[in-house]
Design a protein around this ligand. Structure first.
Ligand SMILES: CC(C)(COP(=O)(O)OP(=O)(O)OC[C@H]1O[C@@H](n2cnc3c(N)ncnc32)[C@H](O)[C@@H]1OP(=O)(O)O)[C@@H](O)C(=O)NCCC(=O)NCCS
Length: 178
């Protein structure tokens, strides 16, 4: 299946995929389309917002996007421990990228689209031609997301945050490029 850049006018279709994807494993979160759009609108205007979609059977069936974040904003959003991990490892010298979302329409899951989108993401990161650090948050039971992150050599920072569904935890993962 082909990929193309994610554009702001794709938001409604992306919202439909988000709604369907988060209604299933491991989230089981019932969201209205309005609630999803309220989440997406501020994300689509973040600094450095860039993404990619997969097109299959004539429509978008999966999406992935990232943005650029400052160390100050990272500390504000994710807390001191992760910011200190970044600084302690000297990664605050380069570009900081937050991998914001990866969603696949449930009808198209388990067909390798997460792998495809994360590989496309990696090629995009290489295209920045500058040393950079990618960070993201993965809940420890999100096996599809973890496996596809591992295939592009993302690694667990060891920094965690309790998930709302105790005793599960979110782990912050990272990737260095350049
Ligand atoms: C997580 C998600 C993006 C995976 O997408 P996908 O296209 O089904 O993933 P892929 O088909 O590329 O599979 C990637 C790997 O994970 C495995 N996998 C996928 N879903 C899985 C599941 N529910 N349980 C166990 N393994 C799973 C696949 O078998 C594959 O493993 P392999 O490398 O050994 O072949 C998709 O399930 C989704 O949209 N989930 C809801 C939203 C979400 O959680 N997004 C990520 C937020 S961090």
């Amino acid at each position: 299946m082909n990929t193309m850049p994610l554009l702001s006018w794709h938001m409604v279709r992306v919202a439909q995929i988000y709604q369907a994807a988060f209604a299933g494993y491991p989230w089981f979160e019932p969201l209205t389309i309005e609630e999803v759009l309220q989440r997406l609108e501020p994300l689509f205007v973040k600094p450095g917002f860039t993404g990619c979609v997969v097109v299959g059977d004539g429509r978008i069936v999966a999406a992935h996007w990232h943005d650029i974040i400052s160390i100050g904003q990272l500390r504000k959003d994710r807390g001191d421990e992760l910011a200190q991990w970044v600084i302690g490892n000297g990664y605050d010298e380069g570009l900081l990228i937050w991998e914001r979302e990866l969603i696949v329409d449930p009808e198209y899951q388990r067909k390798g689209l997460a792998h495809q989108l994360r590989n496309e993401f990696l090629q995009h990161l290489i295209g920045y031609r500058t040393p950079l650090l990618v960070l993201t948050r993965l809940r420890e039971d999100n096996f599809g997301s973890i496996k596809s992150a591992q295939t592009i050599n993302m690694f667990d920072t060891g920094v965690t945050k309790p998930a709302s569904q105790a005793p599960l935890k979110h782990h912050y993962w990272a990737l260095t490029v350049g």
